[in-house]
Ligand binder design. Structure first.
Ligand code: MLT
Length: 327
C-alpha cells in the first residue's frame, strides 16, 4: 500500500511538473517588447512599424511598444539596438539605410550584418517625387526643367545622410546633372510638415508618408519611382515611363534584433512577423498607403541576411561613385 501511495505521488508530481517545464520553455515574451524606430515619429518607418507592432502585439500577447530614436541617418537608433541585451525584448524596424550606413559612416559602432540577428524583411515601399504646392510645374518634365534652371537654389528635404529620401535625391540629382541644396531632418515625418508649410521645395519620399498628403492636396505629387504604377496614387506616372527611363528605387524595410537571441525568442519574433505580413488589417492599411508585405519567403532570417549583404555591396559601390560621406 505504502509502495502504491509512493508510486501515485511520483506520478502526480510528474504530471504537475510536466506543464511547468513546457510553459517555462514557451514563456517568451513575459513583458512588453521595445521596437526601436531609428527615425522620427509620424514618418514612413514609424507608420510601417506601428502597423506591424499592433499585429505582433495580438500574436505575442504582449505589447510591442514603438520608441523613436532618430538622427544621423538612423545610425543612432541602430547603435542602441546593437548594444541592447539580446533577449528578444529589443527589436528594430529599419530600412535600406541600414545597408548604406557602412559606406557613409566612418565611425559606425556596429557591423550591420554581423552584429544583428535578422528577423525578416517586411515591405518594399515605393517612393514618390513631391513638391510644395507653390511650385508651379504641372508635370515631372516641367519640374525637372525648373530644377535644372534653378540649380542649387532648389532645396530638398531628407531624413539624414544615407536615408531613403537622401539616396533617392542623390540618384535623381545624378540623373539630372544638378546639385540641389539639402535640408536634413531626423525623419521625413517632420520634413513632411515643413514641405506642407512650404519651408523647402521638393522631396523624394515613400508612398507610406506621401499618399494621403498628395490625395489631400497638401503637397504636389509628380511620379512614382517604381517600374509599375502604384494603386493608391493612380494618377501618378512612373518616372521610368516619363522623364527618366530606367529610374527605379524603393525603400525596403526589415526587422532586426541584437546579435545572439535565444532560439525561442528569434523563432517567436519571426513567426509573429510572418503572421503580421498575412494579417488582413496590415495588408489593407499597407495597400491604402501604396505598399504590400513582401512574399513570405523573403521574410525569413536567412533571406534577410543574404539580401542585406548584397545591398551593402550594391549601395557601397553607388555611394563611392557619388563621393558622398556621412561623417
Ligand atoms: C527616409 O527617408 O529614410 C525615411 O523617410 C525615414 C523616416 O522613416 O522618417
Amino acid at each position: 500500500m505504502e509502495h502504491l501511495r509512493h508510486a501515485l505521488l511520483v506520478a502526480a508530481l510528474a504530471i504537475t511538473a510536466a506543464p511547468t517545464a513546457a510553459s517555462s520553455q514557451s514563456a517568451f515574451p513575459t513583458k512588453p517588447i521595445t521596437l526601436i524606430v531609428p527615425a522620427a515619429a509620424g514618418g514612413p518607418t514609424d507608420t510601417v512599424s506601428r502597423l506591424i507592432a499592433e499585429s505582433m502585439t495580438r500574436t505575442l500577447g504582449q505589447t510591442v511598444v514603438v520608441e523613436n530614436i532618430g538622427g544621423a541617418g538612423g545610425t543612432l537608433g541602430m547603435t542602441r539596438v546593437a548594444a541592447a541585451a539580446p533577449d528578444g525584448y529589443t527589436v528594430a524596424v529599419w530600412h535600406i539605410a541600414h545597408a548604406t550606413a557602412p559606406a557613409l559612416y566612418n565611425n559606425l559602432k556596429y557591423d550591420v550584418v554581423n552584429d544583428f540577428d535578422h528577423i525578416g524583411r517586411i515591405t518594399d515601399a515605393p517612393m514618390t517625387i513631391v513638391s510644395k504646392t507653390a511650385v508651379t510645374a504641372k508635370d515631372t518634365k516641367e519640374l525637372f526643367d525648373w530644377i535644372r534652371a534653378q540649380k542649387t537654389n532648389v532645396t530638398y528635404g531628407h531624413a539624414g545622410v544615407g536615408s531613403a529620401s537622401h539616396l533617392c535625391a542623390l540618384i535623381l540629382m545624378k540623373e539630372l546633372g544638378v546639385q540641389m541644396t539639402g535640408v536634413g531632418y531626423r525623419g521625413t515625418g517632420p520634413a513632411m510638415n515643413d514641405l506642407i508649410s512650404g519651408q523647402f521645395d521638393v522631396m523624394c519620399d515613400q508612398t507610406t508618408n506621401t499618399t494621403n498628403h498628395i490625395l489631400g492636396g497638401k503637397i504636389k505629387g509628380y511620379a512614382v519611382t517604381t517600374k509599375s504604377k502604384v494603386s493608391s496614387l493612380p494618377d501618378l506616372p512612373t518616372l521610368d515611363s516619363t522623364a527618366l527611363p530606367g529610374f527605379e528605387v524603393s525603400a525596403w524595410h526589415a526587422m532586426w534584433a541584437p546579435k545572439g537571441l535565444p532560439k525561442e525568442s528569434a523563432d517567436k519574433l519571426n513567426a509573429a512577423l510572418q503572421a503580421a505580413l498575412k494579417d488582413p488589417k496590415v495588408i489593407e492599411r499597407f495597400a491604402s498607403l501604396g505598399t504590400a508585405p513582401v512574399d513570405q519567403s523573403l521574410a525569413t532570417p536567412a533571406a534577410l541576411k543574404s539580401y542585406l549583404t548584397a545591398e551593402v555591396q550594391r549601395w557601397g559601390a553607388v555611394i563611392k561613385a557619388a563621393g558622398v560621406q556621412g561623417n
